[in-house]
Ligand binder design. Structure first.
Ligand code: GRF
Length: 185
């Protein structure tokens, strides 16, 4: 599930053969996301559920679930999906709904993580793959990847270095799920 740039989607797709999973579809709330263009270029099944077409979050999430259930994935990976998901939706896919977050959770949930990490004086930073619960960025942690913050580093430079780590970590974690190595399902 994507909303934006799609660099994690690209990494997940490119590394699928080596990790032993198949991306059976891409669901986006944003019809003009670069991630959607990438998915279409790659011949992946794309489903658009535009949240702006729905009066309530519940109605949006019912439509989202209908598309997902039609695709019938074993695992759902949020990859830059920028809508908060409600309790019913999260409960429906509990244990098989993953997210990647650009910080070493539980530090820096929410947005703007790289700038906040630098402002706090953090010496270590990174990214986390976790199961999604209705606590935003608060579900059980599956794996983390980290780096040492460089002196004087800018938020943009730090973000770029963390993103490279994300692209290695997420396919690896999804591979573990595909092989049944992740116990918390
Ligand atoms: C990544 O930093 C990811 O950790 C966060 O949103 C960003 C998505 O980037 N959840 P992309 O769309 O995968 O390039």
């Amino acid at each position: 599930m994507v909303s934006g740039r799609g660099s994690n989607l690209r990494a997940l797709h490119e590394k699928a053969p080596e990790q032993g999973y198949v991306i059976i579809g891409v669901v986006s709330n944003n019809p003009t996301a670069p991630a959607v263009d990438y998915a279409r270029d790659q011949g992946l099944a794309v489903r658009i559920v535009d949240h702006r077409q729905f009066a309530t979050r519940d109605a949006f999430e019912v439509a989202l679930a209908a598309e997902l259930d039609d695709l019938a994935p074993d695992v759902i990976a949020l990859a830059g999906f920028l809508r908060v998901l409600g309790t019913d939706f999260v409960g429906r896919y509990r244990g098989r709904l993953l997210n990647i977050h650009p910080s070493l959770l539980p530090a820096f949930p929410g947005l703007d993580t790289h700038r906040r990490a630098l402002a706090s004086g953090a010496r270590f930073h990174g990214a986390t793959v976790h199961l999604v619960t209705d606590a935003v960025d608060g579900g059980p942690i599956i794996a983390q990847t980290g780096l040492t913050v460089n002196p004087g580093e800018s938020p943009a430079a730090l973000a770029a270095r963390v993103l490279t780590l994300e692209h290695a970590l997420y396919p690896y974690v999804l591979g573990g799920f595909a092989r049944g190595e992740t116990s918390d399902r």
